[in-house]
Design a protein around this ligand. Structure first.
Ligand SMILES: [Zn+2]
Ligand SMILES: [Zn+2]
Length: 387
């Protein structure tokens, strides 16, 4: 069973929606235009219910099958937000907004789920209910969590959830997935080292925070190399180092460092937080200063559920002939919160030989639309077969 013919017919129309969204990117929860466009289309398709304002600017829509004796309810989720990146693609439908760009392909995800919604409203060839979830603020804002916190899962009695992300570097329209931990937990740390500033020529009269923080940056690398069991995955990256003085002849009184921790297991996440606090306090004490550590837990590990992953892979094989095992991804994914609330699976669809996501020259590949839409539709029709 290859891609559905209907999506080959709809591809030009879905591509138009995608490019319109691409041209008008909106960041985090500010997806007002995109949410309105999504709600308007869903209403036009004849969805049984369209609700806006879930998780601030999220949109939820319901499509009932020809019959509903199964009592099954499946949630399908797309993300709508763009990134604060200045687009450099030179496309004729490139972003019209400076420093905002669909550089992660969420324009494509939204358009593909709209395409599936159009098809499913037309055909309703299933026994059960589909809930379409369009979330804002995937890129670090936790929009998916806010939709869950708004009671979405219970309100629509969602029993399983499925998600999809395009993946550059994989053949267009091919699929890959893995069961269990898939995307990393993404935490942030913010550490201020305090000492005593002074003249750079009289270091003995200061407590030098630059030397202190530099030692800490190096020591933090020992969490991955010396503390965590090497069979586990962990990344500790210091990404910002700012001194309170910018002068060449002043020893700064404070240095602030920031960074991120990526882990795939709860115990390694706990270990990283504990060691960052211990190492920074210890290094600061060594030099007679102090460290103030703020550790912020972001997205949890995104864990694919076994049964739903097997099913999602089977559907992918039906659509494109094969489904590969995806590698672990040390990036984060807000869909993790939905998978904490309900069983489900998240799959990658190939975007071809394009720039990587979050790159100013990235673009979603419209040729992936028929495969992506067919996967959504088949998830519904196979999981809730018509009576
Ligand atoms: Zn992204
Ligand atoms: Zn993304």
């Amino acid at each position: 069973m290859p891609v559905k013919n209907r999506f080959a017919e709809l591809q030009a129309e879905i591509t138009e929606w995608r490019r319109d969204i691409h041209e008008n990117p909106e960041i985090l929860f500010d997806t007002h235009r995109t949410s309105a466009l999504v709600a308007e289309k869903l209403t036009g398709f004849g969805c049984d219910e369209v609700v806006t304002g879930i998780g601030r600017t999220g949109v939820v829509a319901v499509i009932k099958g020809k019959s509903d004796t199964s009592g099954k309810v499946i949630g399908l989720r797309a993300d709508m937000d763009a990134l604060p990146i200045h687009e450099e693609t030179g496309l004729d439908y490139a972003s019209k907004t400076a420093n905002a760009m669909h550089a992660c392909g969420h324009d494509g995800h939204t358009a593909m789920l709209l395409g599936a919604a159009k098809y499913l409203s037309e055909t309703r060839n299933f026994n059960g209910t589909v809930v379409l979830i369009f979330q804002p603020a995937e890129e670090g804002g936790g929009g998916g969590k806010e939709m869950c916190d708004d009671g979405m899962m219970d309100r629509w009695n969602i029993q399983e959830v499925y998600g999809m992300h395009n993946w550059p570097g994989r053949p267009v329209g091919s699929f890959s997935i893995r069961p269990g931990a898939f995307f990393a937990a993404t935490d942030q740390f913010d550490i201020t080292f305090a000492g005593r500033g002074g003249h750079a020529a009289k270091p003995h009269e200061t407590i030098d925070t630059t030397v202190m923080a530099a030692q800490a940056v190096m020591a933090l690398q020992s969490i991955a190399s010396r503390n965590a069991d090497p069979v586990h995955q962990i990344v500790v990256s210091v990404t910002s180092f700012e001194t309170s003085s910018k002068a060449f002849n002043v020893i700064p009184a404070r240095v602030q460092i920031k960074g991120t921790v990526r882990t795939m297991a709860a115990e390694i996440r706990d270990l990283a937080e504990k060691r960052i606090k211990e190492i920074c306090a210890g290094v600061a004490a060594t030099f007679g200063g102090e460290a103030d550590v703020t550790y912020h837990r972001g997205y949890p590990v995104m864990v694919n559920h076994e049964e739903q992953t097997d099913f999602a892979a089977k559907v992918a094989r039906d659509v494109s002939g094969s489904c590969d095992e995806a590698p672990l991804v040390m990036g984060g994914e807000d869909f993790a919160f939905m998978l904490e609330e309900r069983p489900g699976a998240y799959i990658l669809v190939g975007n071809g030989d394009t720039a990587a996501v979050h790159h100013p020259k990235y673009n979603f590949t419209d040729e992936a639309i028929p495969a992506g839409c067919s996967w959504w539709a088949e998830i519904v029709e196979q999981r809730m077969p018509a009576a």
